[in-house]
Design a protein around this ligand. Structure first.
Ligand code: ADP
Ligand code: MG
Length: 740
């Protein structure tokens, strides 16, 4: 008998050596093995007759090997095999097929899967580069088990697995081994999903799901199988998502169980907010402020994410929240990812808040030591009400007299897992956030730590992000936070015109840029240096800058910004551009960081096909910030990939960040969506966030319903069992012990 938690090495036919190979695939236990799902299925119940094949289709054919041989052409070796069924024959061709030389023997039965194509000469049909499996190969290691083995290969719908260990573990091997594991499962597998959820979601039992996902019933819909939509698939996928969401939901509940600050929101506070507003808030701003204010009034700490595209007006919302805290006698920390952004916030805060009588300070690294010390003292004594700085600065030992609200303006997106790890780290008192992109979230932990030492309760935390995140990702990545969305732009914006231009028309583009500058505006020209340490790419950007400065625009002021400049040099260039001393800023993607130069009306992106969608969108967000009409010009090289075309199309078609994010997710997949695999995305065994959106929503809903118990729907025992299961699962998948 094999328990699901048994190590795979004890499955008959595996052993320690192969267990290592499986470990590299993330398969450690019998349970992992059973969740190694086929990536497709072959219908070998009714294998196709050769004579029924049609050109252009994908087909599975079972036939007998007749002849085979290797042909050398001038360009490459080609391997051909002819398979037959009675009198029909089918030619199979593999390019560079030298490795197949000794593979086939006349008389063997083979299953072939591939594309049916017409032969270039006679119009005869053939299979091109088919995947194949030799059925009943007498030289195979399990030759003795011949009968049993071949019953796994033919006469049924057969699962096809990705092979492992550089091809050593074939689909066929997995089929046999997984079958052994299935046969040795205990007759009853307890179901960790509470009964009420099972029945609402129509879930089949776990043991049955595992059997049927590997060995579908003959009557199963083939289409559902390939789409992972059979009851067996749905059961397994839902289960995985349910336990993820259960952990996140628990996390949220725990946060809410902590003692926070119940700010009061009376008429005086409302009036104070109204007084500072320089314009009528949009409906979205009103809605979001209400969500934030309701959180702040509650006696447990707020953990809220404010999502809003660039320019959607997050700053004023943040200031409104700050007023609630300040009017209640608390201090507020506002952290920005860079010094320039901190300064930008400081200028707006002075304009809007200081004029209304609030005491605002800026704490940045470039201040004199004395000045810094003085500011720290103001903060410690509670004189400073709003402290604006970079993440790094505020995280260092700044003591607040009465910190009530932390606002994190986050440049990068962080995963739940990262956030949890960082919070844990900072709670352990280790140094955190040495890498610039960690600081935002580390601050959460830091803030929590500070206040618990100091006073009345955990401060509220508001995280702001300018990068729209598709809802599915928000549910997982930020599943531990409540989410508010600013999905409306303030009125009076002239939409940005986006055009795509081939780079052999560069001269026209430069002429246009010249005209805009002559009209008093400024322009960005961005060059793709994706990897700042790629010497050659950087050289190309610098060459471009010289070319523009010397040849194209000899009379204009052209500046250069790239990642190799020191922080001071960067600041200096940015400041000159901000002050209008530079007409054109040639830059690598460092410009992405949320700089606000309202007078810039042109964004030229060279080799736009090389940029990701999110990046293009961020770049475009740098313009269109003033009243004048703005232009985004996407220049492309000669060769654009299919995905590249779709990205450029999307950019021309819409400026809606959420639409762009959805498409980006679709094109890149969740792992790549963040540009890096380390963004803290949970990895899934069987679920796929793009395909399984609806199941994810359902899982979240059901997780919340379960944790609302015990009640007449769900018993305490069931909840405990589910939580126990969830903890082992989280521990295993994310290495996090402290959840729950
Ligand atoms: P972001 O969400 O990118 O931080 P900001 O808060 O910087 O956006 O707002 C962008 C610009 O829009 C600012 O100049 C701001 O003053 C302006 N703005 C924000 N809300 C409104 C509004 N309701 N009506 C008019 N202008 C607004
Ligand atoms: Mg902003």
């Amino acid at each position: 008998m094999l328990e699901p938690s048994t190590s795979v090495q004890y499955v008959k036919g595996i052993g320690p050596r192969l267990a290592d190979v499986l470990g590299a695939k993330g398969i450690y236990t019998v349970d992992d093995l059973l969740h190694y799902l086929p990536f497709r299925y072959e219908d070998r119940v009714n294998p196709r007759g050769i004579s029924e094949l049609r050109a252009g289709e994908m087909a599975t054919v079972i036939a007998e090997v007749r002849t085979s041989g290797l042909f050398r052409t001038r360009r490459m070796p080609i391997f051909q095999m002819t398979a037959g069924q009675g009198r029909s024959r089918l030619k199979c061709t593999w390019f560079n097929g030298t490795y197949l030389r000794d593979r086939f023997k006349p008389g063997q039965m083979v299953a072939l899967y591939g594309k049916v194509e017409e032969d270039r000469y006679g119009g005869e049909l053939q299979l091109m580069q088919p995947q194949f499996e030799i059925l009943g190969d007498p030289t195979d290691e399990d030759g003795g088990d011949q009968k049993a083995a071949s019953s796994l290969e033919v006469g049924r719908i057969v699962p096809i697995y990705e092979s492992a260990g550089q091809g050593r573990l074939t689909p066929r091997w997995f089929r046999r081994i997984i079958n052994i594991a299935l046969e040795n499962l205990p007759p009853e597998l307890p179901d960790p999903v509470p009964a009420v959820v099972r029945s609402r979601m129509n879930l089949i039992a776990p043991r049955e799901a595992l059997w049927r996902v590997h060995w579908p019933d003959p009557g199963e819909s083939f289409q559902d199988l390939q789409a992972s939509r059979t009851p067996a698939h749905i059961r397994l996928i839902f289960e995985e998502l349910f336990f993820l969401e259960l952990g996140l939901e628990l996390k949220r509940r725990e946060q809410k169980a902590q003692v926070g600050i119940a700010f009061s929101l009376d008429n005086r506070v409302r009036e104070a907010i109204k007084k500072i507003l320089p314009f009528h808030p949009t409906a979205a701003q009103k809605r979001v402020l209400k969500e934030i204010a309701q959180d702040m009034e509650k006696p447990f700490p707020m953990r809220r994410l404010l999502q809003g595209d660039v320019g959607s007006g997050k700053t004023i919302v943040a200031f409104e929240a700050a007023i609630i805290a300040m009017e209640n006698g608390y201090q507020v920390a506002l952290m920005a990812p860079t010094e320039i952004l901190a300064q930008q916030h400081y200028f707006s805060a002075r304009r809007i808040l200081e004029n209304a009588g609030y005491r605002v300070v800026l704490l940045t690294g470039s201040l004199e030591e004395d000045r810094k010390r003085e500011i720290r003292r103001h903060i410690a004594q509670g004189n400073a009400q709003l402290v604006i700085g970079t993440h790094a600065l505020i995280e260092q030992k700044v003591e607040f007299a009465r910190l009530g609200l932390v606002i994190v303006d986050e440049q990068h997106r962080f995963g739940v897992m990262q956030r949890l790890k960082l919070m844990k780290k900072s709670a352990d008192g280790e140094t955190v956030g040495s890498g610039t992109n960690h600081v935002g979230t580390a601050a959460l932990g830091r803030a929590a730590e500070q206040s618990s030492a100091a006073s009345s309760g955990e401060p509220d935390v508001l995280v702001m992000t300018a990068t729209p995140i598709p809802r599915t990702l928000a549910l997982t990545l930020y599943g531990d936070l409540d989410v508010s969305v600013l999905d409306e732009m303030p009125p009076g914006r002239t939409p940005i015109v986006t055009r795509r231009v081939s780079d052999d028309r560069a001269d026209e583009v430069w002429q246009f840029v010249g005209k805009q500058v002559a009209a008093g505006h400024q322009a960005y020209v961005v060059y793709p240096v994706i990897e700042e340490n790629e010497e050659s790419e950087l050289k190309a950007a610098i060459k471009m800058y010289k070319e523009l400065g010397k040849r194209v625009f000899p009379d204009l002021q052209v500046g250069l910004l790239h990642g190799r400049l020191s922080a001071d040099e960067k600041e200096d260039v940015m400041r000159r551009f901000q002050r209008g001393e530079l007409d054109i800023l040639v830059s690598t993607t460092v410009i992405e960081v949320g700089v606000d130069v309202a007078n810039a009306t042109v964004m030229v992106v060279e080799h736009a096909e090389r940029f990701g969608l999110a990046q293009l969108h961020q770049l475009r967000g740098r313009i269109g910030r003033g009243a004048a009409k703005s232009y985004c010009i996407l220049m492309t090289g000669a060769k654009v990939s299919e995905d590249g075309e779709r990205r450029l199309d999307a950019m021309v078609r819409t400026t809606d960040g959420f639409q762009i994010a959805e498409l980006d997710l679709e094109l890149r997949g969740p792992g790549e969506f963040f540009g890096t695999r380390q963004a803290g995305m949970p990895s899934f065994q069987v679920a796929n966030l793009i395909r399984d959106r609806q199941l994810l929503e359902a899982a979240k809903r059901e997780a919340a319903a379960v944790l609302a118990g015990p009640n007449e729907e769900v018993s305490k025992e069931e909840i405990d069992r589910a939580l126990r299961h969830m903890r082992t699962h989280w521990q295993k998948t994310y290495g996090l012990v402290e959840v729950g």
